[in-house]
Design a protein around this ligand. Structure first.
Ligand code: PAF
Length: 289
């Protein structure tokens, strides 16, 4: 495949000028916000958004505000040169790679908070995480003003929160959900998968297998929800998963908990720690026949 050249912008003023120029020509602009360390999940989001827009902006910014004090902010993989090469291969038009000062200049005092749907699931072990995400994404969307922004289905709670944010704050961007991509062995693609040893990866593969079993049991009316989830937890712990932070079923539309019966499209969602690496995954569940 012939790679194209990716224009790189690091200042919000320059970004605005470029987007304005495209909009004045009647072009639709799409944005894929990322924290870099791009993998084929990100590249698939770029290819997906290209179907809806004329120009694609990818942002890379490792956002300090969404990491807790004991999390992997310092160790989070940063590989801009390799990322630019990958962006060129999928014909990304523009990389927006602002510095921390460009996003959070001295004297920055604002915190953007979405309530209710930011409680539980990933928020239970990562207090303040979603405030960090909503604050930075508000800034990125307002700096770029894309027509469409795409967020991955793997972080399903994040996608739901960001859709709510754009609706509530009248940000003129359509927030869309990009398909969850799995590696060939079935593990949900993630920048953190590089931390897994081969043994830990084998254990991690039990996560998607267990989710699939739960989906089949519930859709097939084989087991009640609680029993299916408990068996899933038991199996994962026995397989070597060190910690299960949550394994829950929520309604896809509003993330309300589902404990009794599936009455509308729902999802089984998990966060678990394997070999010191926190992994998340989820799968849709349809109403049983
Ligand atoms: O999903 C991510 O990579 C980040 O949470 C996001 C949306 C780019 C905000 O920093």
């Amino acid at each position: 495949m012939i790679a194209s050249t990716v224009k790189i912008i690091r200042a919000k003023k320059e970004l605005r000028t470029q987007i304005k120029e495209w909009h004045m020509k009647g072009l639709r602009v799409g944005m894929v916000p990322t924290m870099g360390a791009l993998h084929h999940g990100h590249l698939s989001l770029i290819k997906e958004i290209q179907k809806h827009v004329d120009k694609v902006v990818v942002s890379i910014f490792v956002n300090p505000k969404q990491f807790g004090p004991n999390e992997d902010f310092d160790k989070y993989p940063r590989q801009e040169t390799a990322d630019i090469k990958k962006l060129a291969e999928v014909h990304t038009d523009l990389l927006y790679a602002p510095s921390a000062k460009e996003i959070y200049p001295e004297g920055f005092l604002t915190n953007v908070k979405v309530t209710k749907i930011t409680e539980g699931l990933c928020a239970s072990k990562r207090p303040g995480h979603f405030d960090g995400v909503t604050t930075v994404v508000t800034k990125l969307l307002l700096q770029c003003l894309p027509d469409v922004a795409l967020f991955g289905e793997k972080d399903f709670q994040q996608y739901t929160v960001l859709k709510q944010l754009a609706d509530d704050l009248d940000i003129p961007t359509e927030v869309m959900c990009g398909k969850l991509i799995r590696d060939e062995d079935g593990l949900a693609t993630s920048s953190r998968n590089v931390y897994l040893t081969p043994d830990a990866r084998q254990i991690a593969l039990e996560i998607p297998k267990t989710l699939k079993r739960i989906v089949d049991e519930i859709e097939g009316n084989i087991r009640p929800i609680e029993e299916s989830l408990n068996r899933g937890i038991e199996h994962l712990l026995k397989s070597g998963v060190k910690e299960i932070q949550y394994l829950e079923i929520r309604k896809s539309q509003n993330l309300e908990p589902v404990t009794d019966a599936i009455t509308e499209p729902s999802r089984v969602l998990i966060a678990a720690v394997v070999g010191g690496v926190r992994l998340i995954d989820n799968m849709p569940i349809q109403k049983p026949q």
